[in-house]
Design a protein around this ligand. Structure first.
Ligand code: GLA
Length: 390
């Protein structure tokens, strides 16, 4: 388990003082996430169901009024980076600083008077693990600016601005799930989110109370080169929607899937993408119904179906992710699937509490035997969304 956000908040505030010569106006935290179900549906206006991790990005921040933005991170070697808020320009920055400055840019571009800040950050969200460390970094900065400049924006509005920062300023064509999860999740709940209008329902998700656990297995395969592939999948989905004459694949009802696939004729690749997205939206709705009916164990097979669809139709899994899923199921897990964007990153495993050790051991042994890097396994407890800590 990583250090608690409270402990990190203390050291982040102290370091802020050393760097900038005064106490911060406040300290904020925003979590990473895992997605329970609903993968690659968000840019198709569909459904997702993430929950927040206890791992957060913590930011100590003071407001400035002179147009200067100063950034520093405990996780990156290097001096304080100083920028002029007036000079922030999309795709001008290829470093980590593009995320926080992109948020300031997006807020200003939307007409909010953000006149500068001193920021020091520290993260306990594993980076490159598909657990949304970038979204957490964006959201923590957005929330701090919202509070310090009295912008009065709601969580979902901050999420939209963070997505814009990432799409336009950083230049990554991501959907809205990760930012909304970081901004809006609640402890003990998964977030059932309609990504079309960002309407949401908090679904109680307390596995421990029911004798189960959810493990995150970080394969430690960095999802490099994934952005090009991500963009290709996204473009393929958009092509599918256009060929079917709908605004987004969300508008293809599950009951009409076969007819829709038939209409796609020999567009085999588009057909596979469409089939994944339409069936995945249905799986999210099924998981919500099962959880609301108190039938939690029954979501296991739905997670497994989701993995098969991502592996065979969407084609974004990798040998390490498949090995986690297959091994965990053989060792008695209730369900397992890759989570996040794919091509590496993490898988989730749902298991009876009594089986956790055996499942973990089986996965570790299988990785050793296959000659893969040792995976990082930890239990994920649905935790709080972004908040002010002091
Ligand atoms: C990444 C993106 C999200 C979403 C997932 C796949 O995490 O940032 O917007 O598309 O991949 O579900």
């Amino acid at each position: 388990m990583s250090e608690s956000s409270e402990v990190v908040a203390e050291s982040v505030a102290e370091r802020f003082q050393q760097l900038y010569g005064g106490a911060p106006d406040g300290v904020w935290a925003a979590p990473g996430r895992v997605n329970l179900i609903g993968e690659h549906t968000d840019y198709n206006d569909g459904f997702v169901m993430p929950f927040a991790l206890p791992h957060t990005v913590v930011a100590a921040v003071s407001r400035r009024t002179d147009g200067v933005l100063r950034l520093h991170s405990a996780d990156v070697d290097g001096p304080v980076v100083e920028l002029a808020v007036d000079a922030l320009a999309p795709e001008s920055d290829k470093n980590w600083t593009a995320y926080p400055s992109g948020v300031v840019w997006a807020l200003r571009e939307a007409g909010h008077a953000v006149t500068g800040a001193d920021i020091h950050l520290a993260s306990t969200v594993p980076s490159g693990a598909g657990l949304s460390s970038s979204a957490a970094l964006e959201v923590v900065v957005a929330l701090a600016m919202n509070d310090l400049f009295g912008l009065g924006l709601r969580g979902w509005q901050l999420a939209r601005l963070c997505q814009r920062a990432e799409n336009v300023y950083v230049g990554a064509p991501v959907g809205i799930m990760d930012q909304t999860a970081s901004a809006c999740c609640e402890a003990g709940h998964a977030l059932f989110l309609d990504t079309r209008d960002l309407s949401q329902r908090q679904i109680p998700f307390d596995l421990a109370a029911e004798g189960m656990r959810l493990l995150v297995v970080d394969t430690r395969v960095k999802h490099s080169h994934s952005e090009g592939e991500y963009g290709k999948r996204r473009a393929g989905c958009e092509k599918g929607a256009a060929l079917l004459g709908v605004d987004a694949l969300r508008d293809v009802p599950f009951a009409d899937l076969d007819a829709a696939l038939a209409r796609l004729g020999d567009e085999e690749e588009v057909r596979r993408l469409v089939r994944h997205v339409v069936t995945e939206d249905e799986r999210v709705e099924r998981v919500v119904s099962l959880l609301e009916a108190g039938d939690t164990r029954a979501i296991g097979p739905v997670l497994v179906e989701g993995h098969a669809s991502l592996r065979d139709d969407f084609r974004i899994s990798c040998p390490e992710l498949d090995l986690v899923v297959d091994t965990a199921l053989t060792a008695g897990a209730l369900g397992a699937r890759m989570t996040g964007g794919g091509f590496g990153g993490s898988a989730i495993v749902l298991a009876e509490e009594a089986d956790v050790l055996a499942v973990t051991k089986a996965v570790e042994e299988a990785f050793a035997q296959a000659g893969f890097k040792a995976p990082r396994v930890f239990e994920a407890v649905p935790s709080a969304g972004a908040r002010r800590m002091r």
